[in-house]
Design a protein around this ligand. Sequence first.
Ligand SMILES: Nc1nc2c(ncn2[C@@H]2O[C@H](COP(=O)(O)OP(=O)(O)OP(=O)(O)O)[C@@H](O)[C@H]2O)c(=O)[nH]1
Ligand SMILES: [Mg+2]
Length: 351
Amino acid sequence: MAIQWFPGHMHLTRKAIAERIKDIDVVIEVLDARLPGSSANPLLAELTGHKPTVKVLNKQDVADPERTAAWLDWYNAQPGTRAVPLDASEPAPARRLIEACHFLAPGRGGMAKPMRVLICGVPNVGKSTLINTLTDKRQAKTGDEAGITKLEQRITLADDFYLWDTPGMLWPRISVPESGYNLAASGAVGRNAYDEELVALELLRTLQRHYVPLLEARYKLGLPADEVAAMPDDVLLEAIGRKRGAMMGGGRVNLQKAAELVITDFRTAILGRISLETPEEFEAWRAAGQAQDAERLAKKAARAQARGKGASAQPRRRVIDAASSGRKNGVPAGAVAVTIKVRPTATVIAP
Ligand SMILES: Nc1nc2c(ncn2[C@@H]2O[C@H](COP(=O)(O)OP(=O)(O)OP(=O)(O)O)[C@@H](O)[C@H]2O)c(=O)[nH]1
Ligand SMILES: [Mg+2]
């Protein structure tokens, strides 16, 4: 089953961003460099897409550098879209974002027209850390858990430069299952909204495809690389659990504990620098998700038509608003382009 997490505070965040965006000059969308496609929120694109935007590929220090380069090429080849890699705790590159804001909104600055910047992105991606680095103070609460920031907060960078930290937001229906798993592995999804074992198995499958030497280096399974790559994922999880001492009574492996170990090793980068998707992989997943959504909608329409014959003219269910149903004008949320347009004049900011 697909992973979904859209709790009440995200409904409020969506409303707050929709309201705030009118008075915003530049949007900084923070993406996770280990999963740039999956961490680009289509709902945010709807809410903020008309404003000049910089995409930040954050946590680049724990992402696979080759894949980050591929993602930057991919984004920066698209007209009007610009992306920069970042480690949010490093002051010098973070400060370059301030210059980028002035570039994108040249008319703003000075007491009469202060610069107003909205920082947004999925949960746990590093928005508040970036704000603290930019202001050189611990003004925003941070933590290695989804949902640390619960309310929008204005932070003053200078008398004429304001930043808005926003709570991390996902979207009501994640129609690309791989994105749900990758978001959960990264820590963007609340703990109770997914099954650690399933997420760890999916993560292991990715590691078996692309990062077998890192698996061997961490877990010392003592097996040839091709054998590790070909192992059934649940057998691999069990072998890792046994190696790492995640045991319960009767000599059995505690698979829940083993799953938590694997996920933590990925999040903390003890496993090494890993990215869970390439632009090509993500595009293929998205196309499959869109095709499935289209099929689902067609089936639903056919059912409604069949029911309509002889049924009363009154709709049976209350119509919920387009955005919270995950759809706009009949188009599924996952079908909305994840790239955010910036002014055609924008330039690449050197990393
Ligand atoms: N390795 C690495 N860790 C980072 C980076 N930026 C943030 N973190 C860590 O990621 C975790 C989440 O950071 P936050 O700044 O709280 O994330 P957030 O986006 O504000 O999260 P929410 O408020 O829950 O939406 C913290 O443990 C940070 O230390 C980065 O560039 N690299
Ligand atoms: Mg935060």
